[in-house]
Write a protein of this length. Structure first.
Length: 476
């Protein structure tokens, strides 16, 4: 959380479906611990007073006292006289996660560097000396990279000039920069649910009030367009954050019909659409490819986000924004208060990789196909009652585990050597407890390890059947 304390209402939204059949204080402590582990609660956040939280949850104060004590005993909370109870990270928790080679980290849906990476690094390094006499500061991005990005958009059906591109330090900075530039405190922002959590974190940090539209793996279109149109009409949000291709975490892609209807509705309300297309070219076997969302604009104001991290490598912190020239200038002015540019060598490497982009995408297609097929085969054999959707691309599968215990699964899996992200991390109100996001980016031997860990963890989590909790307020 951005603040040093969290209100009872906000914590209730994060807790979601927290109750199991075991002792209530165990379930509550475990859920708060998971919120800290996956970043929904930062260390040092003051938790609500015991009496207030007990009233909000409809439990006894004794339950809250015992839950807080369990967190303190395990190192996940501290208490000081007059300061209440604050979240904490046990000593060495971060370091052990990073350094323990036996922990398999499936919280990162990402690929290893492509085979041409070192060739690109060597070529980029040979070009670097020519730039060393300059200052190295550039809030717009190297011309050679902006030209390569513009050519790629144009080839995909969206005519683009280099001065319509702003290079950023990854897509996350692009989202944060757009949020800071376009959102004033109290403005509404429309997001998909489920969605990429760091996107809505950035919007909330900028002061946005979130409104939502659903995306499902179980419907023909994925996006419930009637709901999106209704929300746009009723709330007139300042902006809408959408991921039209291989949406994270569902893996769904918008049809042409859905693209046009949502953009028409956004245009009618004057809503700016941010199209996050970072996974758009991670195609395995989609029946048809689509041009960038902005090519369907028809009067809508669409700003496009891209990144090298998904198709090329996450270690290259290079992203970009494609927008009208006037917006690029506006973003540059705001960016100067955040940083002074993107690392030059990283930009040169990405520009070189664009020269081999066809080979990179072919390699990614083969890797993702292998990972997807392994996940479907192995997970399906181990858990025949789970619904594992067939994805045509992207980085992950949004798996319905049938029972609202994904947070318990994530906790139990950690004890079995696997880090995996529970469904509620991709929602805004504790929803999606029936889902796990399972990456398809790993080779079959690692998928086999992950599935074995889930098999060991599942019996523990499956016994914790959900007991109905008080209803949560809708997010508006």
């Amino acid at each position: 959380m951005a603040s040093t304390s969290i209100s009872t209402r906000a914590l209730l939204d994060l807790l979601g479906e927290w109750r199991g059949t075991g002792p209530a204080f165990h379930s509550l402590a475990d859920r708060i611990r998971l919120l800290v582990m996956d970043g929904r609660l930062l260390g040092g956040v003051r938790l609500p007073a015991e009496r207030e939280l007990a009233a909000g949850l409809g439990v006894s104060r004794t339950t809250i006292t015992a839950a807080y004590q369990r967190l303190r005993d395990d190192g996940w909370a501290t208490s000081r006289q007059g300061s209440g109870t604050q979240t904490a990270l046990p000593g060495g928790a971060v370091a052990s996660t990073a350094l323990d080679s036996t922990l398999l980290d499936f919280t990162k849906a990402a690929l290893a560097a492509p085979t041409v990476m070192m060739d690109a690094v060597r070529e980029a390094s040979s070009l670097l000396p020519a730039l060393l006499p300059g200052p190295g500061y550039d809030t717009e991005g190297l011309a050679v990279l902006r030209e390569a990005i513009a050519r790629r958009y144009t080839a995909r059906g969206l005519a683009t000039d280099p001065d319509e591109v702003l290079v950023t330090v990854g897509a996350q900075q692009a989202i944060a920069l757009l949020s800071r530039t376009l959102v004033s405190r109290g403005d509404r922002a429309l997001i998909e649910v489920p969605t990429y959590p760091h996107a809505y974190d950035a919007l909330v940090a900028a002061g946005a009030r979130l409104v939502t539209g659903p995306v499902s793996v179980d419907t023909v279109d994925g996006w419930d367009v009637d709901v999106f149109e209704s929300v746009l009409r009723r709330t007139s949000p300042t902006l809408a954050y959408l991921m039209p291709d291989f949406q994270n975490p569902t893996g769904r892609s918008m049809s042409v019909k859905v693209r046009r209807r949502i953009l028409d509705a956004a245009a009618a309300q004057g809503t700016i659409v941010i199209a996050d297309e970072t996974p758009a070219e991670l195609d395995i076997d989609r029946p048809e490819a689509y041009a960038p969302l902005a090519s369907f604009a028809n009067g809508a104001h669409v700003i496009t986000i891209g990144s090298a991290s998904k198709t090329m490598w996450g270690g290259l912190r290079v992203g970009w924004i494609r927008a009208e020239r006037s917006m690029i200038r506006r973003l540059q002015a705001v960016r100067s208060n955040m940083d002074l540019g993107t690392p030059v060598l990283d930009q040169l490497i990405v520009a070189e990789l664009f020269g081999h982009y066809g080979d990179v995408l072919a390699e990614r297609r083969a890797q993702l196909a292998s990972g997807r097929d392994a996940v479907e085969r192995m997970l399906g054999a181990a858990f025949p009652d789970w619904h594992i959707p067939h994805v045509a691309g992207g980085l992950a599968a949004w798996v319905n585990i049938g029972t609202p215990v994904s947070s318990q699964v994530a906790l139990a899996a950690r004890s079995e050597g696997l880090l995996v992200t529970a469904g509620p991390r991709f929602g805004v109100d504790g929803a999606f407890e029936r889902f796990l996001r399972v990456p398809i980016t790993y080779p079959p031997e690692l998928v086999e390890r992950a599935v074995a860990a889930l098999e060991r963890a599942w019996p523990v989590a499956a016994r914790l059947r959900y007991t109905e909790a008080p209803p949560l307020a809708s997010v508006v």
